[in-house]
Design a protein around this ligand. Structure first.
Ligand code: NAG
Ligand code: NAG
Ligand code: NAG
Ligand code: NAG
Length: 527
């Protein structure tokens, strides 16, 4: 039993009996992998049931990697409070570290849960984690490391720390400039959610120096102000190269730029809320430059967004999906999002990646999904990081599909379904017509014409929205096929055997699945 500090999570968060946690039915083996026909209600209910169970398992396993409370870290005195380990795996591979990026993304998932119901019992546990996370980040920011120090700000680009909070000093792909942006995004969201549920603590535009708010944001700098330090870092260094989120390439990256843009846009509003006008203007100005820069990642000739500028690689990369998802502002933000999941450019990039991966990995061709004759149709497949990948989870040989990439493909499609439903119409363009045509079933599909607007009541619109959800489910069916009999995910699953590979219980694999399910539920809400 992994769950320790959070005995009531199952009750509070989900209206399903606690006993479910102990009676997880085994999932079908790889050999039994089959397409799940969605027109058959009992099978669909079984899939929905699996989604519910796996959602609980994922939250359980994710929290197990977070201190305070997590079963994989709580008893270990070396691990400082507020740490999110990347995986409990200490060797082959050694992921027993805190990565600034992974921790921020995982914590953002927890902020989501907190924001959903701030007064629940789960949220009071989450609040302990979130506060500990914030305190630890303040310390990590100030820990001199091979990237630099707090005073020259360069230290904020350090990608990972030991679980005891000490600097990791061996050679590594550093700096990585996405970490501070992701951390700022996570803490700004927490600030908002906390502020919404603790209105009395917010007495004026400049709260007292001892308040929780001032730990997160104060205008004075340098000060004990985590968000401002990160925003200063992002606004001053976004136009410098750094290593990508896969820690391999020094360059300018779509993922990094997208989340930096989001951080500076949201940072503008937070700075203004704290009366820090000068900073707000500076962040806003840099966000404007950055927005223009981000658009350069669209490669018209290739018909896709490329992961890294001036790179010899194809540019197809799961990092593009992640950049779109994590760069998307939380609901209620003012500006028009740049390359949101439903943007034509993102959907084209997803289609290019899925087609490549569909042919690349034997598991994707051995168990055909979709309706048999797949041709150029878009269908759910196991998605790896990028075609040229040679990291096999332990060393270098060949790449394999990743859980977090496969879940992220599903999330893009669910979010697109929700967006179209909210918009109430679909307009085809030369840029998106191939994607939507590839989405439709091979037979009995309505024709889609380019440069046409379909209203919500029209058949093509309804079919497209239905298919977005259906193909999204196909991607999660791939996840279902490859989790182990207890519902555990590692980092990867084998391209040939389908079994788990690489770091066990990778925290981000669970977080990405939880995000996809959240988007799936939202898309279902439009029915
Ligand atoms: C933190 O952990 C690392 C790796 O185990 C070790 O080398 C270092 O001495 C530890 N630092 C402290 C302050 O305990
Ligand atoms: C906190 O809430 C108050 C009251 O709703 C609002 O005026 C203020 O702008 C909020 N602060 C932030 C940083 O969102
Ligand atoms: C980066 O941006 C800053 C601020 O806009 C500017 O002063 C600087 O020249 C830019 N540096 C590079 C390398 O483009
Ligand atoms: C669709 O519209 C675009 C630009 O709006 C135009 O360039 C293209 O020729 C149109 N295609 C067709 C088939 O009408």
């Amino acid at each position: 039993m992994r769950l320790r500090l959070f005995p009531s999570i199952y009750f509070l968060c989900f209206s399903v009996p606690y006993s479910f946690a102990f009676s997880i039915p085994s999932v079908p083996s790889f050999a039994a992998a089959k397409h799940l026909p969605h027109n058959q209600e009992p099978l669909r209910e079984a899939f929905d049931g699996w989604i519910d169970r796996e959602e609980r398992i994922s939250l359980d396993r994710l929290l197990a990697n977070v201190k305070p409370g997590g079963a994989n870290v709580q008893g270990n005195k070396d691990v400082v409070d507020g740490t999110v380990i990347a995986s409990p795996s200490k060797e082959a591979p050694d992921y027993w570290y805190q990565w600034v990026r992974d921790a921020a993304i995982t914590t953002n998932t927890l902020v989501d849960l907190y924001a959903d119901s701030p007064s629940s019992q789960l949220s009071s546990s989450l609040q302990n984690i979130l506060t500990a996370y914030a305190r630890l980040q303040a310390d990590l920011q100030r820990t001199p490391n091979p990237s630099g120090t707090f005073n020259d700000l360069q230290g904020l680009g350090e990608p990972k720390f030991y679980v005891n909070g000490s600097a990791f000093t061996d050679s590594w792909g550093r700096p990585q400039r996405d970490g501070p942006a992701l951390r700022a995004i996570t803490l700004m969201r927490y600030l908002r959610a906390y502020n919404a549920s603790h209105p009395t603590l917010w007495s004026s535009a400049s709260p007292g120096p001892e308040s929780f708010y001032s730990m997160l944001y104060t205008a004075e700098f340098p000060a004990r102000s985590i968000i401002k330090a990160d925003l200063e870092y992002v606004s001053h260094f976004w136009n410098h190269t750094s290593f990508d989120l896969w820690e391999e390439v020094d360059g300018m990256h779509f993922f990094t730029a997208m989340i930096q843009l989001r951080a500076l846009r949201e940072g503008t509003h937070v700075a203004r809320a704290f009366g820090d006008e000068g900073a707000a203007r500076w962040y806003s100005e840099q966000a404007g430059y950055l927005e223009r820069f981000v658009r350069r990642f669209w490669n018209k000739d290739k018909g896709r967004l490329v992961a890294t500028l001036w790179s010899r690689r194809s540019g197809l990369d799961c990092a593009v999906l992640l950049g779109s998802l994590h760069g998307l502002p939380a609901a209620g933000e003012q500006e028009e999002p740049v390359f949101p999941p439903w943007a034509d450019e993102v959907l084209d990039s997803l289609m290019g990646l899925a087609r490549d991966m569909g042919k690349r990995f034997p598991i994707n061709t051995l168990a055909p999904r979709g309706d048999g004759d797949s041709g150029n149709r878009l269908e759910g497949v196991g998605i790896g990081r990028y075609p040229e990948d040679v990291y096999d989870g332990y060393g270098t040989s060949v790449g394999h599909p990743w859980f977090l990439c496969t879940s992220s493909a599903a999330e893009i499609l669910y979010r697109t379904a929700s967006h179209l439903s909210a918009t109430g119409s679909l307009t085809t363009t030369p840029l998106n017509v191939d994607f939507y045509a590839a989405l439709l079933p091979p037979s009995s599909s309505p024709d889609l014409f380019v440069n046409t607007t379909y209203a919500a009541a029209e058949e093509p619109f309804k079919t497209v929205v239905e298919r977005l959800r259906h193909v999204g489910d196909e991607f999660l069916e791939v996840v279902k096929t490859h989790v182990d009999s207890e519902g555990s995910m590692s980092e990867q699953f084998d391209r040939e055997t389908g079994f788990l590979r690489g770091a066990t219980d990778l925290t981000w694999s669970y977080g990405a699945f939880l995000q996809a399910v959240k988007a799936r539920n939202k898309a279902a809400g439009w029915l």
